[in-house]
Ligand binder design. Structure first.
Ligand code: C2E
Ligand code: CA
Ligand code: CA
Length: 397
């Protein structure tokens, strides 16, 4: 957790810190002995004698208060110092609930030790700013977890659909399903506010299953509504988190979504981001091969933002690359972005992959991409993500 501890040598009888001083470090004794004492009515009161492995001065890590005791080396002593900033950095990454527990426990401990040593006020300290923030975040998170679970039961999620367009003809080739949360008080909540959280707290499996069920059912509704033309019905692409793939029984569950909807798997495409390929490329390749056996197609989402090497792409059974929005957005002004887009398109052609450019917002971006032989695009220029009925109605225009 705390990566770099700073070793310090203290000569016999030297003080590490003195009661009443400001402090910002705690210490772990590696060798030697340390005496902890207080000054009461002019007399030294020894409250502890510590040896190797003991930790002291820890209150300085959590409060800006002053040292409540004096630490003196009894002999030649070696300690490892932990600075408050090191703990803060580690705490920043910690789970908010864990963080809150830490603060509460340390605060109680502080109060108890003050009472015990009979100095200072036993009254509760006004809660610090940091403590308040941690408390708010922890409570918010506890709520969000419950709320997301409830949302799943109460069917508060909805899928919006954004058309994916063939650039030369303007024909709608498919739709990307994008989740929204119809929150009873907050209104429509976007995925950035809960998908990452759901992934972190083990809720993405349930949400992901709902997305698969719903997107497959919508794809079938669409095919049926198009009647005789159903052979050329647009595909539906849905986002699958890398964590979902790791869940026991994912393939069976996905197969069930397809069967229940009665949809032709060819009409369904799963989008996954590069993060999937980073940890364990071999395992990812095996998992993706299994997904392909379902008969669905695969797209690599947000392409260009991760670290996977272009030359490795042929190892994976992707059908489509989606060029990340950040390149499309800057391509007109940045020759670097332009080169990346050109390079992705060239390579995709070699690998016989379809390419979808994401985030097309204007005519200039559209014509540039069309000139570069990019086949498909998606973006506000064509349409924003829309409720199902509105999105599918675009087909009749
Ligand atoms: P994404 O998969 O990259 O989805 C595209 C995002 O770009 C969508 O944001 C879409 O509304 C937005 N977008 C589309 N065209 C434009 C444009 O022209 N300009 C700009 N500025 N933005 C555009 P959205 O719907 O907020 O989704 C955000 C992310 O949340 C998605 O990024 C995806 O990673 C995740 N997500 C959405 N739905 C699901 C889901 O059902 N499951 C999972 N696991 N993740 C989802
Ligand atoms: Ca996507
Ligand atoms: Ca994307």
């Amino acid at each position: 957790m705390v990566d770099k501890l700073i070793a310090q040598h203290i000569t016999a009888h030297a003080e590490l810190f003195r009661e009443g001083e400001a402090g910002d470090s705690a210490y772990i004794i590696e060798s030697g002995r340390v005496e902890i004492s207080l000054l009461r009515d002019g007399h030294k009161v020894v409250i502890a004698e510590l040896g190797p492995g003991d930790l002291f001065g820890e209150m300085a890590l959590v409060s800006d208060g002053t040292r409540s005791a004096t630490a003196t080396a009894l002999e030649e002593t070696r300690v490892a110092a932990i600075h408050r900033s090191q703990l803060d950095a580690a705490m920043d990454d910690a789970d908010p609930v864990l963080k809150l527990f830490m603060r509460v426990l340390l605060e109680r401990f502080h109060e108890a030790s003050e009472k015990l040593h009979g100095h200072g006020s036993t009254a509760r300290h006004p809660a610090s700013e940091a403590y308040r923030e941690d408390l708010d975040r922890a409570v918010e998170n506890l709520h969000l977890r419950d709320e997301l679970q409830r949302a799943l039961q109460q069917r508060e999620f909805v899928l919006y659909y954004q058309p994916i367009v063939e650039l030369i003809s303007g024909r709608i080739a498919g739709f990307e399903a994008l989740i929204r949360w119809q929150h009873p008080e907050r209104g429509l909540v976007g995925p950035f506010e809960f998908i990452g959280f759901a992934e972190k707290h083990g809720l993405i499996g349930g949400i992901g299953n709902w997305v698969m069920d719903e997107a497959c059912a919508a794809a079938q509704r669409l095919a049926i509504s198009l009647g005789d033309n159903s052979d050329s019905a647009p595909f539906i692409t849905l986002n699958v988190s890398a964590l979902q793939l790791d869940e026991e029984g994912f393939i069976d569950r996905a197969g069930r979504s397809l069967d229940q909807a009665g949809v032709d798997p060819q009409r369904i495409k799963f989008e996954m981001t590069e993060s999937l390929l980073l940890d364990d490329p071999e395992r990812a390749a095996a998992q993706l091969a299994e997904v392909k056996m379902l008969g669905v197609r695969l797209a690599l989402d947000d392409f260009g933002t991760g670290y996977s090497s272009l030359s490795y792409l042929h190892r994976y059974p992707f059908d489509t690359l989606k060029i990340d929005r950040s390149f499309v957005m800057t391509m007109l002004h940045s020759s670097d972005s332009m080169e990346i887009v050109r390079c992705i398109l060239g390579m995709a052609q070699g690998l016989m992959l379809d390419v979808v450019a994401e985030g097309i917002e204007n005519e200039d971006e559209l014509s540039l991409l069309a000139n570069l032989d990019c086949t498909y695009g998606q973006g506000y220029h064509f349409a924003r993500p829309l409720p199902e009925a509105e999105a599918f109605a675009l087909l009749r225009r």
